[in-house]
Design a protein around this ligand. Structure first.
Ligand code: COA
Length: 335
């Protein structure tokens, strides 16, 4: 529903949902087929399992719809009242047709329009910036933001450098005008195209369309310069987190939780250290899911929702392909 523009509207997350498939690949499974060990993967990344969506004809929309339906049920809303559906993803169902319209139709959000947002692992953070702006402007009243990726569709399971890292999943939030003083407080978002080639799926885009030659070269798989990405992620996630904490005059004691993108436990530890945050204030589920790209932060909210209370000060931070990165400060709006 359209509303009148007002400078005093604050945007807040009012419900969270999530979905991960039951099937998974464990470190022990990978040990059997690759030159790697559970010990190496655990100490270098913190990952134990990654969830995998199996079944032909099931794409990212399958995950996104499940997470969205969870939000609709929990918040008990009529899907017809949703104004906008955003799906943050880098693994859309198809090239050319966005995934969000399929999701909106499946959940019967008949009055919504829908689009995809591509910012890789920063997709949820960028999506929150977009969703909150629509709410704050007064233009819309209910925005459903879903971070969803079927990373197994772009992973080469013969490569130990990438197959250990990624998993499938979706997390969703409803963003509405806040009914109290809590909600989206501040954001610091950045990008730098210089690192595009450090982490990407080379083939199938307009630069290198999917020819037989591209396929034979494995360009339909995700590749990365792991060490370079690691260093950039540590540096940028840590400094974005520091920036958002400092400019909002937050002390480590004020912060209830840091909710960081789940790419590598060592990257997360470095970001937390930069703001002197106690380890028990850093939320993680990377061991169970691996890196689910745009889904990691909303899946953290989903998994830890029972530990969140009205007024809790939370810091979000992410880093991803593109390059894209940033941090945000929000106060949780409900018990
Ligand atoms: N099992 C065992 N050994 C492995 C391995 C695996 N799965 N993957 C790499 N290695 C080996 C390398 O071949 C290398 O061997 P060498 O010294 O004989 O050449 C050695 O381990 C060290 O490799 P390196 O790439 O330097 O390891 P690393 O400590 O940087 O860890 C990553 C590798 C991928 C875990 C790490 O770089 C990383 O997490 N990068 C960021 C990835 C990421 O987050 N991407 C998404 C961003 S949102």
């Amino acid at each position: 529903m359209k509303g009148n523009s007002s400078k005093n509207i604050k945007a807040a997350i009012t419900a969270v949902g999530g979905f991960v498939p039951n099937d998974f690949i464990s470190n022990q499974d990978l040990e059997k087929v690759l030159d790697t060990t559970d010990e190496w993967i655990t100490t270098r990344t913190g990952i134990k399992k990654r969830r995998i969506l199996k079944g032909q004809g099931k794409g990212t929309s399958y995950l996104a719809i499940k997470a969205a339906e969870d939000v609709i049920t929990k918040r008990n809303i009529d899907p017809d009242t949703i104004d906008l559906v955003i799906v943050a993803t880098i693994t859309p169902d198809y090239k050319g047709a966005a995934t969000a319209p399929s999701v909106a139709s499946a959940i019967k959000a008949n009055n919504a329009y829908a689009f995809d947002l591509s910012a890789a692992c920063s997709g949820f953070l960028y999506g929150m910036s977009t969703a909150t702006s629509y709410i704050e402007s007064g233009r819309y009243k209910k925005v459903l933001l879903i971070g969803a990726d079927k990373m197994s569709s772009v992973v080469d399971y013969t490569r130990r450098e990438t197959s250990i890292l990624f998993g499938d999943g979706a997390g969703a939030v409803l963003v509405e005008p806040s009914k109290n003083e809590f909600g989206w407080e501040d954001e610091y978002l950045r990008s730098d195209g210089i690192g595009a080639e450090w982490l990407m799926v080379k083939g199938g885009g307009s630069m290198y369309p999917m020819t037989q030659e591209a396929l034979d070269s494995g360009w339909h798989y995700i590749t990365q310069d792991g060490k370079t990405v690691f260093k950039a992620a540590v540096s940028e996630m840590a400094s974005a987190t520091e920036e958002i904490v400092n400019r909002n005059n937050l002390n480590p004691e004020d912060i209830k939780f840091l909710m960081p993108h789940q790419a590598n436990k060592r990257i997360i530890d470095a970001a937390a250290e930069k703001i002197n945050l106690d380890k028990n204030k850093v939320l993680m589920n990377i061991s169970e899911y691996g890196n689910t790209t745009a889904a990691t932060i909303p899946l953290l909210m989903f998994d830890y929702e029972s530990k969140l209370s009205k007024g809790d000060k939370l810091i979000l931070t992410a880093f991803g392909a593109g390059l894209t990165w940033g941090a945000a400060y929000l106060t949780w709006a409900y018990d």
